[in-house]
Ligand binder design. Structure first.
Ligand code: ZN
Length: 479
């Protein structure tokens, strides 16, 4: 058995050896995705899709709780419509997919496969908003979008991905600002409280903000290899789209005013973050709250009388308190142990003739590997306790990892040393000049991740030019 186990695990490259290969191995071995027929596209397999469904359901409930309604827009955008907002088209043009033909006929006007739906919402809002009584409008859609990326990786960057995009209209700038912040907090809660991933909250620099936005708020997370990942963004769009699409309302005094808009998006990229934050050399580790299967029952010596009956009984019984599955196939227990470790299922429950005789079951935690003997009558209590404990432990572990990999740099020498010796987030001061931001990227390939809401003055001068500093910024190499 030991030999077999070893071989199975060897199919995954060790993350210390080659993190990118480890990621690809895990995504494939855990059966989350398959590659699509077009380069850079992905087929999300049932096990991967079930994780997305859980995340989506949690977020959808939060979106509705905060007063938003779901609707659905078409996939195609006429070229002329995308041209209306200048910054927006400039930002997206390089990665847009075009439709030029319908059947045999060349189209009069090219169509864009939506890379995002700001302009579709804006056009629609222009038609339905007339008076202050029509505001706010709080809409969201769940959909797919297409971005023609040059380099692609499953979940992290694919030609097509799934997401939700919220688009709202407000009477005042303050209302839009409040909405922008509220939805960032919703994303942060989803990441921290459900996906067990700690995030930094802040604002993007002007260089990194969304094309067409007044400003962009972001949550940033740190992966196991010390690279950052933008986990979700919320944009204050100001009145730019309202001016371009003539979305105006008459206020209480009867004056025509442009609406103030927001948009915010959360994507299947989050699954990539989950893999790279919690995974280890045995495969995935899925936080209990988003795991499609929280407990996997593996019968041991299942040919012996009573074992399978008992295992199925436990499945029925425990399904009242958790998402439970059983593998009663004729594969060996050793194969099953490895398989469900690979799949990151939070708890494995082993039950064999000896366990039945002694009135207990064996529970094995995926996060620590710890084995626990739990009396039959205590199983519900024990499992609920363990699921909660695993959830907390994963968050704490990720937070400690992020703290270990966060450095302070007062000079560019310190900056480069940190990137070299302890890659992760770097806290450094910035003068606010875009040229310094660009130079840092040029010299180190680290980008500004965010200007955190919680500012920490780590020195008086800009890390690059030594002029007086305006703000503290988090920097990192990023996905
Ligand atoms: Zn500077």
């Amino acid at each position: 058995m030991a030999k077999k186990n070893k071989q199975f695990v060897e199919k995954i490259t060790a993350m210390e050896e080659d993190f990118a290969q480890w990621y690809t191995d895990v995504v494939k071995q855990a059966d989350l995705v398959d590659y699509g027929p077009v380069r850079g596209s992905m087929i999300i397999r049932p096990y991967g899709y079930a994780i997305w469904e859980n995340i989506r359901d949690i977020l959808d409930a939060k979106i509705k709780e905060t007063g938003h309604e779901n609707m659905y827009f078409p996939l195609f955008i006429p070229e002329s419509m995308l041209q209306k907002e200048k910054d927006h088209i400039e930002g997206f043009a390089p990665e847009v997919a075009w439709v030029t033909h319908g059947g045999d006929e060349e189209l009069q006007e090219r169509l864009v496969v939506r890379p995002t739906s700001e302009v579709l919402f804006a056009e629609h809002y222009g038609k339905i908003i007339h008076s202050y009584r029509d505001l706010p409008k709080l809409y969201n859609q769940w959909s797919n979008v297409v971005r023609w990326e040059k380099t692609t990786r499953p979940f992290l960057r694919s030609l097509e991905f799934l997401w939700q995009e919220g688009h709202t209209c407000h009477a005042t700038d303050e209302d839009a600002a409040e909405e922008t912040r509220q939805m960032l907090d919703v994303y942060a809660s989803l990441f921290e409280d459900y996906m067990a991933i700690p995030v930094l909250k802040g604002r993007k620099t002007a260089k990194e903000k969304f094309a067409g936005a007044k400003y962009t708020l972001t949550i940033e997370s740190l992966m196991h290899d010390g690279k950052a990942l933008q986990a979700g963004t919320s944009h204050h769009l100001g009145t730019g789209f309202a001016e371009a699409f003539d979305i105006r309302f008459s206020d209480e005094a009867g004056e025509l005013q442009p609406v103030h808009q927001t948009s915010w998006g959360f994507t299947t990229r989050s699954i990539g973050a989950m893999i790279m934050v919690h995974g280890d050399n045995r495969g995935l580790v899925i936080p209990p709250k988003i795991a499609s299967k929280q407990v996997m029952i593996v019968p041991v010596a299942q040919h012996k009388e009573g074992v399978l009956d008992k295992a199925y009984q436990l499945k029925t019984r425990l399904s009242d308190i958790a998402r439970v599955d059983i593998d009663a196939s004729d594969k060996s227990p050793g194969w099953k142990f490895n398989e469900y470790e690979m799949k990151g299922i939070p708890i494995r429950l082993e039950i064999g003739p000896k366990d039945i005789e002694q009135g207990h079951a064996v529970l094995v935690r995926r996060d620590t590997g710890e084995k626990i003997f739990a009396a039959m009558e205590d199983l519900e209590t024990k499992i609920l306790e363990l699921l909660e404990d695993i959830q907390i432990n994963l968050f704490e572990k990720a937070k400690n990892h992020r703290e270990d990999k966060t450095s302070i740099a007062k000079t560019m020498t310190e900056f480069k040393n940190s990137l070299e010796n302890n890659p992760g987030f770097i806290k450094a001061m910035w003068c606010g000049e875009q040229t310094c931001e660009e130079k840092i990227k040029e010299e180190t390939s680290a980008t500004s991740r965010c200007i955190p809401f919680e500012q920490e003055k780590v020195s008086d001068t800009c890390v690059y030019c030594s002029k007086p500093a305006q703000q503290q910024v988090y920097w990192a190499k990023a996905y």
